[in-house]
Every structure is written in structure tokens, then in C-alpha cells.
Design a protein around this ligand. Structure first.
Ligand code: FAD
Length: 474
């Protein structure tokens, strides 16, 4: 008898343990549900929905157009479907947002009580969060011991499983409302540039990985921080939607370097997958992190309510070139280089003293790789409010960051063409340039490029002062 395979963030055929399990037994009924019972702050943002639409099309193609797509309350729909079609078995791969864990636990109980077999698998993480604990059985809060001692030294990640051969699909047209019925595509056509840059789906993911390995891994440590080099793997949206598993990447990386896990580039790259794990781990053990400060001291912190500055930040009009380039990259491409994410986040939270949650929400809506775990953990890390956070007095200086990682300003010039003639010396701080240089470059501050929204030194001191006060709170 057939198994209903409930696809969620595992939109792939290869290394899909739930699908492999079901296909071995008999035919499968592949189902995707856009769950309307999802809490508001977890509803995918605009960029994410666009990606999901494309990714479902790709999965549907690989399933010979037999993926069943429905929109509604997933638990209710599944219980109804199983009963109506007398389906006796369901399999899924685990999902880790707190509401998904709650939903899946309850659903499993209801289905089991109704005599239905429920099988769940790990396909999204290298290590299950509940299996990695300190000696005293409490969760780690610091990355390095978590990763090196808690994960790496205890067990190797599961080996990937092959795609099922001769997949037998059972298709019920009355269940399938089609991908368009999920209404994921934006009404305004803002995605024209984005769609030329990305290929959502399992094939696109495999292509990015094969372009990256082996040289990308070898060079990763040296090059990853320079936004203009494009030296990272660009796998994050593929990973978020499960078009590729971390296990596939892990072992492909190790194989590409002939098993040389000592290679410092590869080690550094794999540890980034470790950060991805850690953010899911934190979300699992501290499910409040998307909405509340990890460190309760910050609950008393008074953030500035400054809608105009927030808007300027969102639009890439702060007058600080690297910040503006990053925010425009996000808007135009649906992504932003990691180094620049840290710089723009630090600028919002520290120089502007705007609540990190406002930045997190903007990223949530604009990022193709928007991920509840990675986004909230990273924002809290930059804000200094999180676990293993960057210390509160660490405030990125956007000028020196630019000078270090975008030496000739190529990245800035790409997204801020109005600065394209600025010489290297002033590309990251045009306000310091003498008038004759500004005239030569055709830059009129406050006219064709904004004056800086804040004085970097003064706003840094203001932040240190405010943050030091909050540290003294009981
Ligand atoms: P690579 O450098 O090639 O890294 C490989 C993989 O490791 C990535 O695909 C990603 O899955 C993982 N990874 C790398 N860095 C991190 C990290 N710091 N935390 C967690 N996982 C990481 N990443 C997201 O996937 N979704 C988000 O919503 C997100 N929001 C962020 C917000 C802020 C403020 C910051 C500073 C970082 C955020 N990141 C987020 C982490 C990181 O910026 C992206 O994962 C990375 O830029 C993706 O590019 P890549 O795939 O080329 O990464």
C-alpha cells in the first residue's frame, strides 16, 4: 500500500530519507501544503515565496507533474486526506521552527491514534539538536565547544541516500489544486533581475555546488570576506528549502578534497555549515529567539523609534556607501554578502540604535534565503543580545570595513553608481573628500548622494553609552 510523502523543506529527490523510505515499500503520494495555520511572524516573506513557487515547479517537474499542491491548515487537510483516501502510512522529514515542531507532534499523535503509521526522518540538519548536550545535560550556548566538542568529536553526519529508482507515484487530480493556487508569486513584478540570477530547485543547487568545489572550498578562508569576489557557495536559499541537504554538501566537500578534512579552507567552509546547525540548535532549545532578546538584560533597553532613518536604511540611502551598497544589493538581488550583512546590521542596531527586530523583519521579507533560525540568531549575534554574541562594544566601523574588504570600492560602485568616479581613497567616506575631488567625481552630497545619516564617531559613542547602561541593569 502507498505512503503519503509530505514535502516541506526538503524539495528534492536525492538524499530525501522520507521519500527513500516510502519508495522502497510501494508507491508514493507526494504532497506539498502551504500551511495557513503558520503564525504570522513565520509566514514566508515576499522573496521567499517567489523562490518557493519556482522550487515547487522544479520538484513537480522531477515528479512528472504529479506533485499534489494544496493551501490550507496542513494538519486538518492531512487528517482529512488520509481518511478519505484510506491512506495508512505517512512519512515526512523533520522541520525545526517551533510551531512546526508543535504541529507535527500533535499531528503524529492524532494520526497514530487513528491507526495510521507515521514515520519521520532527519534530512535538514547534520546533528539533531536534542542529541547534543553538555555534560550536565544542558544545551551549549557557545559555538566552538558546541561544534567541536558536542558535534564533531561525537559522531559523523549521516551519509546521503540515493534518489529512489523507478519511483511509483499515485496521483489524485482532485487533491491537486496546482502550484498557482498557492498564490506565491508577487503581484508587482519586482523579481525580473532576481530570476536571471538564480535557478531554484535541486538542479540549480547541484550546479552551485559543483561550481564551488573543489577550488571554492580551498580558497574559502582567504576569499570569503570580500563581497566583490563572489567566493562563497551561494547555497543558502537551496539549503533553506531543502533542495540540497547539508549532508550532501558535507560529503561532497570532503570527497572533492580527497578526504583532506585538515585543509583549512574546507574546515572553515564546513564550520559555516556548523553555524547553520548552531542557529537551528539555538532555536530548538530557546524557541523565543526570533522575538525576544536571548539575553534578558536587553528587554529593558530603549531602542530609538526613528521611522525616517529605518526607511533610509531599507532603501540604501544612509549616505554610508558600504551600507547603502549592501541594502541595494539585497533589494536588487534578494541576497547580501555575509560580511556586508554584519556591517549593515551593526549600523542599524548600534549607530542608529534601532531595534534589531525591525532589521530582522526587513531581511525576512527581502532575503531569498530568509530562515527563522539563521536570521534571528545572526541578528541577535550582531546586536550583542544573543548567545555567543559579538560583545556589545564591538561596533563595526563601516568605513574601515569597506576599506579592508572592498579595497577599490568595486562592490560599492556596482550598487551605488553615483559614486563610480570617486577615487579609492574616499569611496567609503565621501564626506571627507575635498571639494575638488567631489566635483571631479560629480558627487553632490545631499543632492545626488545622501549626506551621512549620522556621524559615525558620535553615534558609536552614543551606542556604547546606551549599551553600557543596559549592562548595569540587574
Ligand atoms: P557560504 O559562505 O558559502 O556558507 C555555506 C552555508 O553555511 C550557507 O549557505 C549557510 O547555510 C551557512 N552559513 C554561513 N554563514 C552562516 C551564519 N552566520 N549563520 C548560519 N548559517 C550560515 N543565512 C541564512 O541562511 N538565512 C538568513 O536569513 C540569514 N540571515 C542573516 C542575517 C544577518 C544579520 C547575518 C549577519 C547573517 C545572516 N545569514 C543568514 C548568514 C549568512 O550571511 C548566509 O548564510 C550567507 O551569506 C549565505 O551565503 P552562502 O550560501 O554563499 O554562504
Amino acid at each position: 500500500d502507498s505512503t503519503l510523502v509530505w514535502f516541506r523543506q526538503d524539495l528534492r529527490l536525492r538524499d530525501n530519507p522520507a521519500l527513500a523510505f516510502a519508495a522502497k515499500l510501494d508507491s508514493v503520494i507526494p504532497v506539498f501544503i502551504f500551511d495557513t495555520a503558520c503564525p504570522e511572524h513565520c509566514v514566508p516573506g515576499g522573496a521567499s515565496k517567489w523562490w518557493l513557487h519556482q522550487s515547487l515547479n522544479a520538484l513537480n517537474d522531477s515528479l512528472d507533474n504529479q506533485l499534489h499542491c494544496i493551501k490550507g491548515d496542513a494538519s486538518k487537510l492531512l487528517i482529512g486526506l488520509m481518511q478519505k483516501h484510506d491512506i495508512k502510512r505517512i512519512a515526512w522529514n523533520r522541520a525545526y521552527e517551533p510551531w512546526q515542531i508543535k504541529r507535527d507532534t500533535q499531528l503524529k499523535q492524532t494520526l497514530v491514534a487513528a491507526g495510521i503509521e507515521v514515520q519521520s526522518f532527519n534530512s535538514h540538519l547534520l546533528w539533531e539538536p536534542w542529541q547534543v548536550l553538555k555534560k550536565d545535560q544542558t544545551p551549549y550556548k557557545v559555538f566552538t565547544p558546541y561544534y567541536r566538542r558536542g558535534c564533531l568529536s561525537k559522531s559523523s553526519p549521516r551519509m546521503p541516500v540515493a534518489a529512489p529508482k523507478d519511483l511509483q507515484i499515485e496521483y489524485y487530480s482532485e487533491i491537486d489544486n496546482g502550484i498557482d493556487s498557492l498564490e506565491l508569486m508577487p503581484e508587482i513584478s519586482w523579481h525580473s533581475t532576481i530570476q536571471t540570477m538564480w535557478t531554484p530547485g535541486e538542479k540549480g543547487a547541484a550546479q552551485h555546488l559543483s561550481e564551488f568545489l573543489p577550488d571554492g572550498a580551498k580558497e574559502y578562508k582567504n576569499k570569503r570576506d570580500f563581497p566583490e569576489l563572489g567566493a562563497t557557495s551561494k547555497l543558502s536559499p537551496h539549503l533553506h528549502f531543502g533542495e540540497i541537504s547539508p549532508n550532501q554538501i558535507w560529503y561532497a566537500g570532503i570527497n572533492a578534497l580527497n578526504g583532506n578534512t585538515e585543509d583549512i579552507g574546507l574546515d572553515c567552509y564546513l564550520s559555516e555549515l556548523g553555524w547553520r546547525e548552531f542557529s537551528h540548535y539555538l532555536l530548538f532549545h530557546f524557541p523565543h529567539i526570533p522575538q525576544k532578546n536571548f539575553s534578558p538584560k536587553f528587554e529593558h533597553f530603549i531602542w530609538r523609534n526613528d521611522e525616517d532613518s529605518l526607511k533610509a536604511w531599507q532603501l540604501g540611502q544612509t549616505g554610508i556607501p558600504i551600507v547603502d551598497a549592501g541594502m541595494r544589493e539585497l533589494w536588487q538581488t534578494g541576497t547580501m554578502h555575509n560580511r556586508v550583512r554584519m556591517v549593515v546590521a551593526s549600523f542599524l542596531v548600534k549607530n542608529l540604535l534601532i531595534d534589531w527586530r525591525k532589521g530582522e523583519r526587513w531581511f525576512w521579507d527581502c532575503l531569498l534565503d530568509a530562515d527563522l533560525a539563521a536570521n534571528s540568531a545572526s541578528w541577535q549575534w550582531v546586536a550583542g543580545t544573543g548567545a555567543d554574541a559579538s560583545p556589545y562594544f564591538r561596533i563595526f566601523n563601516p568605513v574601515t570595513q569597506g576599506q579592508r574588504f572592498d579595497v577599490h570600492g568595486d562592490y560599492v560602485k556596482r550598487y551605488c553608481p553615483e559614486l563610480s568616479k570617486m577615487p579609492d581613497k574616499f569611496i567609503h567616506n565621501p564626506w571627507d573628500a575635498p571639494q575638488n575631488i567631489l566635483d571631479y567625481a560629480g558627487v553632490k552630497l545631499g543632492d545626488n548622494y545622501p549626506k551621512p545619516l549620522v556621524d559615525l564617531k558620535a553615534s558609536r559613542l552614543r551606542a556604547l553609552d546606551a549599551l553600557a547602561q543596559s549592562k548595569q541593569q540587574p
